[in-house]
Ligand binder design. Structure first.
Ligand code: PDD
Length: 283
């Protein structure tokens, strides 16, 4: 078992891997990324993540010519690393060039990926429910692109941590709830599960998508419709989702209990069904 990195086709130990100082990811955050959960040595929904990576790269006009090399190498890197419970991180930037805002001519993108292990029991504590805070969504208007420009997200998450909370949930002016700093948000209002529709205001999460695929079979009513901050405050249940954290119930919001302040029945059920989908795919 070894944490491995792949940089433009060269494999090394993760701890020994490095990229040049003049990478545009470092100067400008000029790049896109993906985080993919590995269970039992197998990636979950790798194809969906690679498709989203292509969409993000195209949206920032990144040269995609060499991307098939990374796509072909990803399963091999996961296999070679032999890490059972881990994640694969992929990042593409506009490459290495003297600092200038203009796109550099004739420069190939930097393509990086690595496999990092998750500690045993990762995320289990969160399954018992977490506290969240709400914060104004001060991000740009292209949140559907999974860019490495994450400063507003980082600041929001740190604000949550300092408030003793796990995640910060964003709302736009007027009170439309969008998503978390690194998660999508689901709220149960009047027995119906709501989540913000796909748009430029959210990152369309792969986990969100898997959940939406599971709900009809479970006979659970849902709407891809935004909720307001007031609706969120009155929600019977809230949960948040991401590839790494999976489905995390929210039991308190801005210091007040959500519903009865315990993990909700729907969150529990959806989480079980999600785990079953993971097991079907990864064993
Ligand atoms: N974040 N919304 C935002 C802003 C995110 O950063 C993420 C994921 C999600 C959930 O997407 P998915 O279900 O595809 O993981 C929603 C990853 C985990 C990260 O930043 O590492």
């Amino acid at each position: 078992m070894q944490e491995l990195a792949w940089i433009n086709g060269t494999v090394s130990e993760l701890a020994a891997a490095s990229i040049p100082l003049e990478d545009r990811g470092f100067f400008f955050g000029d790049g896109v990324y993906e985080s993919i959960r590995i269970y039992n040595g197998k990636p979950f929904r790798l194809e969906d993540h690679l498709q989203r990576l292509r969409r993000s790269a195209a949206a920032i006009m990144l040269d995609l010519a060499d991307l098939p090399k990374l796509e072909a190498a990803a399963p091999q890197l996961i296999k070679e690393s032999g890490c059972p419970e881990a994640y694969l991180y992929i990042q593409l930037t506009r490459g290495v060039a003297p600092r200038s805002h203009l796109f550099p001519a004739g420069v190939k993108p930097t393509m990086v990926m690595y496999v990092r292990t998750l500690p045993p029991g990762f995320g289990e504590a969160a399954q018992n429910g977490v506290a969240c805070i709400t914060v104004p969504d001060e991000r740009w208007l292209r949140c559907n692109i999974k860019t490495i420009n994450l400063l507003p997200n980082v600041l929001a998450k740190e604000k949550a941590r300092r408030a003793g909370a796990y995640e910060a949930i964003f709302y736009r002016p007027g009170g439309v709830v969008t998503e978390g700093s690194s998660t999508n948000v689901f709220a149960v209002c009047g027995g119906v599960i709501y989540t913000h529709p796909e748009s430029n205001l959210i990152l369309s999460g792969i986990t969100r998508q898997v959940i939406l695929e599971l709900l009809p079979a479970a006979g659970l009513p849902f709407k891809e419709e935004a909720v307001s901050l007031e609706q969120l405050r009155r929600a019977e249940e809230i949960w948040i989702s991401s590839s790494t954290a999976e489905i995390v119930p929210v039991i308190s919001l801005d210091g007040k209990p959500v519903g009865d302040g315990k993990v909700g029945a729907l969150a529990r059920e959806v989480r079980q069904r999600y785990r079953a989908a993971v097991q079907d795919c990864c064993g």
